[in-house]
Write a protein of this length. Structure first.
Length: 253
């Protein structure tokens, strides 16, 4: 069976999208699955977290065809990664109208993995569209603030467009994940309820798991380690482990 591809997408920065991609990747790896991380964000945050070698071919070279997918895979201490490149900053111009490019390149290596986790830029540009065209589902992280809901309808419209205009008719939103949650105060509870209502409007769910705020994530990233090894007893490690379990229970495979 070929890999199940999940995209982490958010139109807004600061929603812990990359943090969630890294935690999902590491959590699945800890469970014994063969997982590949793909960083398509020019900011390269996931690549940094996984201590990527900048001298090796990246996802940019892979998409350009100057490196094969196998040549682009790095075997880091945390696991397999196709790293990002700063050259992706111009991807919207360079890969416009190439929505199948990521699907077709990853097809060459899908049988080697159980899961492929793709981190995308915080924008609905050409690279994010290509990632969604390749994906089975998408997880949308949302910060526990009112601004995180603003781009949700646009993401949903993009997913609807992809389902209508490409061959990826089964693409679905696996769920909305509340991150950076303090859990205190009436306003926070109202926002949590609002996110649940927003999920229902786009025919998905809000994950029961929420990711609490804490410094353990920042420290793990600085150490270039997964949250499970850097701070295994932290709230973030417990929350992300629960999220991975809930994610697996919800898969339609």
């Amino acid at each position: 069976m070929s890999a199940h591809i999940t995209v982490l997408a958010s139109q807004k920065g600061g929603t812990a999208k990359t943090t969630t991609a890294a935690a999902l990747f590491a959590g699945l790896t800890c469970k014994g699955y063969k997982v590949l991380a793909v960083d398509t964000d020019a900011q390269r945050n996931l690549s940094f977290t996984m201590n990527a070698d900048e001298a090796l071919p990246s996802v940019y070279e892979m998409l350009k065809g100057t490196a094969t997918p196998l040549e682009a895979i790095q075997h880091t201490t945390q696991g397999d990664l196709i790293a990002a490149s700063g050259d992706l900053a111009g991807a919207d111009m360079e890969f416009s109208r190439h929505e199948y490019i990521l699907r077709d390149t990853l097809a060459q290596i899908k049988e080697h993995y159980d899961f492929i986790i793709i981190d995308t830029p915080p924008a609905l540009g050409a690279i994010t569209i290509a990632a969604l065209t390749a994906a089975n589902d998408v997880v949308i992280p949302l910060g526990a603030d009112v601004f995180s809901l603003q781009g949700l309808s646009q993401i949903n419209e993009t997913i609807t467009m992809i389902k209508e205009l490409t061959e990826n008719k089964s693409l679905r939103v696996a769920g909305l994940l509340i991150t950076r949650y303090s859990g205190r105060g009436l306003l926070r509870q109202e926002l949590r309820d609002s996110i649940g209502e927003a999920a229902a409007r786009i025919n998905t769910k809000a994950f029961n798991t929420v990711i609490r705020e804490g410094i353990a994530i920042i420290e793990a990233q600085a150490q270039q380690e997964s949250i499970y090894t850097a701070a295994p007893k932290s709230n973030a490690a417990a929350d992300y482990a629960a999220f991975v379990d809930e994610y697996l229970r919800g898969l339609k495979i």
